[in-house]
Design a protein around this ligand. Structure first.
Ligand SMILES: *Cc1c(COP(=O)(O)O)cnc(C)c1O
Length: 397
């Protein structure tokens, strides 16, 4: 392997950059997960999760990917053949629907254009038509990471309420939690599905469900095999500070520090930071004369930006150039956006100069790849960052 000097820019929208203090915490020796030390860690983690996000419901953690946490949500509270309503916001919505089908559920995917959020209006219509309540769950991706489009979960909850429909609300907050405001409790989400490697600033390997009492009650009567994913043994063991099987010990060391970092910065400040970086990136895209995949100004994601390439340009070639020439990893176009778009992750442990460096790498790669675009995106983003920078009280701006 050849050595590339300087820091690699990992700007895919997950896994995100892991802070050094988190990496160092994970380098500690692994301990007995049934010993006294570990019990204290479990309690601390659950308290810190609550302090940071105010779920007001138990968090069930698994050694798993996000896909595992999707599987957990469905297999706990549903029965074979249950109808599940989902919205085709993009690649991740399709994947979750695919898991539902593979588990023997009956997923109904409301078609979408991969550039738009889930429609609360359509949700309300569909749920009102379902007077027999065949639909048992509504599955939504909060931040559709393939298109950088956010759906309005509060409005979707409103659609369920307006239809007086008893279906469970299952929400994937994998790439939104810790990056943009997410309110499990306020929106009365029944199962929030998350994992470690996005806004939580950890490596991959830990998935989790946040489960409402309504979801736990449904789970008692539901008959899909729960096996490894059963919530109740985890909740019961966690009350004693342990897990029913081996948890990802060293990732949990990292989680303890990652939550501490989020709390120290303050969640409102974390959200403002992501908003600012999202806005700055969109300023750059506009100056480049390029188009974002998301076509709704009110639904842009602040965790990442997905950019469409002009016709005839292979987005993966631009990414390959960015990696080879400037050592920056950008996210590939997923599913039907393959080769048509690339994605810039600006979530997690990130700051203004990391964004400037990333955008500079993108702008240089666009030029090197011969893409027809206008220069000046980096300057436009810098303008925005300067105009919105926090300055010392006594300093001269
Ligand atoms: C990353 C991601 C996933 C998948 O997570 P894996 O850990 O790769 O299984 C699911 N949903 C969303 C919205 C994501 O961003």
């Amino acid at each position: 392997m050849t050595h590339q000097s300087g820091r690699h820019f990992l700007q895919v929208p997950g896994p995100s950059n892991v802070p050094e203090t988190v990496l160092l915490a994970m380098a500690r020796a692994t301990v007995d997960h049934r010993g006294p030390e570990f019990k204290i860690l479990t309690r601390t983690l659950l308290e810190r999760f609550e302090e940071a996000f105010g779920f007001n419901d138990p968090v069930v953690m698994y050694p798993s990917s996000g896909t595992g946490a999707w599987t957990a949500a469905l297999s706990n509270c549903l029965s074979p053949g249950d109808r599940v309503l989902a919205f085709e916001t993009g690649h991740f919505a399709r994947l979750w629907t695919g898991i539902a089908g593979a588990l023997g559920l009956d997923p109904v995917l409301e078609p979408g254009d991969w550039r738009s959020p889930a429609s609360p209006g359509r949700a309300e219509e569909i749920l009102k038509e379902d007077s027999g309540h065949a639909i048992k769950a509504v599955c939504v991706i909060h931040n559709e990471t393939s298109t950088a489009t956010m759906s309005d979960i509060e409005a979707l909850r409103g659609a369920l309420d307006a239809a007086a429909h008893p279906a469970l609300l299952l929400v994937d907050c994998i790439s939104s939690l810790g990056s943009v405001p997410y309110d499990h409790k306020g929106w009365r989400v029944d199962v929030s599905v998350g994992c470690s490697q996005k806004g939580l600033m950890l490596p991959p390997g830990m998935g989790f469900n946040v489960v409402s009492q309504k979801a736990r009650d449904a789970a008692r009567a539901a008959s899909l095999p729960k096996a490894y994913w059963d919530w109740e043994p985890v909740i019961a063991a966690n009350e004693k500070g342990v897990f029913p099987y081996t948890p990802p010990t060293n990732l949990l060391y990292g989680l303890e520090v990652a939550l501490e970092l989020l709390l120290a910065e303050g969640l409102d400040a974390v959200y403002r930071r992501h908003r600012r970086h999202g806005e700055a990136t969109r300023e750059a895209v506009q100056a480049w004369g390029l188009e974002t995949v998301c076509r709704h100004a009110d639904h842009h994601s602040d965790a990442l930006t997905a950019i469409l390439m002009p016709d005839g340009v292979d987005a993966d070639k631009v990414r390959a150039t960015a990696l080879k020439s400037f050592n920056v990893s950008l996210g590939t176009g997923l599913g039907q956006l393959s080769k048509k778009a690339f994605r810039i992750g600006h979530l997690g442990d990130f700051n203004d100069l990391m964004l400037s460096g990333t955008l500079s790498g993108v702008e240089m790669a666009l030029e090197l790849s011969g893409v027809a675009f206008q220069k000046g995106g980096v300057a436009a983003a810098a303008r925005y960052l300067i105009d919105t920078a926090e300055v010392e009280e006594s300093g001269i701006k």
